[in-house]
Design a protein around this ligand. Structure first.
Ligand SMILES: Nc1ncnc2c1ncn2[C@@H]1O[C@H](COP(=O)(O)OP(=O)(O)O)[C@@H](O)[C@H]1O
Ligand SMILES: [Mg+2]
Length: 219
């Protein structure tokens, strides 16, 4: 049961008008399946870029990224079908209600029980009474609970979260953190989460600290 994302001698940079922004130079990293991983570091250091590379959303400038699910190598398209995403700005579809947002990836995956499953997940994030609310009719914490339900509903092998509590107050952040970690543990999904929250990072099995001088695994 070998499930992991491997980054092999990755270098990544952006060529901006005023010069090259160099983010990573020949780094090696592994994100193991079934584990929780936190990525921390100051703003602008490359955390979101690293998450994009690990999620196969963009290729590195040099080096290779490999995706394995139960010992089989996945293409980026196959990885996408086995991934869930949670963002700082929630990114729900504005024209769909809470239930519709959770059901959408299930429907796209061909699940004929999409609405029943979505309804189940809505209950699991304690929002059954917000089923027909559009994103503008929900608080930030409620929107993020919908986003978490949407991310886990398809039973993905990997969930990528970019500062999921960055726009939330402390109490709401704690709820969101609890939900993500308990769903990851229960479903066996690997959780790879960029965060500024020490409380969240401490819960992860592994922690990576990014700084301008490189990447360091924290104890
Ligand atoms: N598409 C892009 N083109 C040019 N520069 C970029 C691009 N994406 C990010 N950057 C730059 O790369 C650096 C790292 O960005 P990012 O990965 O978003 O950092 P973090 O998530 O740690 O705040 C920043 O200086 C940012 O301005
Ligand atoms: Mg970022």
């Amino acid at each position: 049961m070998n499930t992991q994302i491997g980054l092999h001698r990755i270098s990544h940079f952006f060529d901006a008008p005023h010069g090259r922004i160099s983010l990573f130079e020949e780094i090696d990293l592994v994100f193991e399946g079934g584990k929780t991983h936190a990525i921390v570091g100051p703003s602008g250091v490359g955390k979101s870029s690293l998450l994009s590379l690990a999620a196969g959303l963009e290729p590195p400038k040099h080096g290779e990224v490999s995706f394995m699910l139960d010992g089989r190598e996945l293409t980026t398209t196959q990885l996408r079908r086995n991934s869930g995403f949670v963002f700082q700005q929630f990114h729900l579809l504005p024209e769909l209600d809470a239930l519709g947002n959770i059901a959408l990836p299930l429907k796209l995956g061909g699940d004929r029980q999409a609405y029943a499953q979505a309804s189940d997940w809505l209950e699991r994030v304690n929002l059954q009474d917000r089923a027909s609310h559009k994103p503008t009719e929900m608080s930030g914490g409620e929107q993020q609970r919908v986003a978490i339900a949407r991310a886990f509903a398809t039973a993905p092998a990997f969930v990528f979260a970019d500062e999921p509590t960055g726009n939330l107050d402390a109490a709401t952040s704690a709820t969101i953190t609890d939900l993500m970690f308990s769903f990851a543990e229960e479903t066996g999904a690997a959780l790879i989460v960029v965060t500024h929250s020490d409380a969240l990072a401490r819960r992860a099995h592994s922690r990576l600290a990014l700084s301008p001088s490189g990447i360091e695994a924290l104890a």
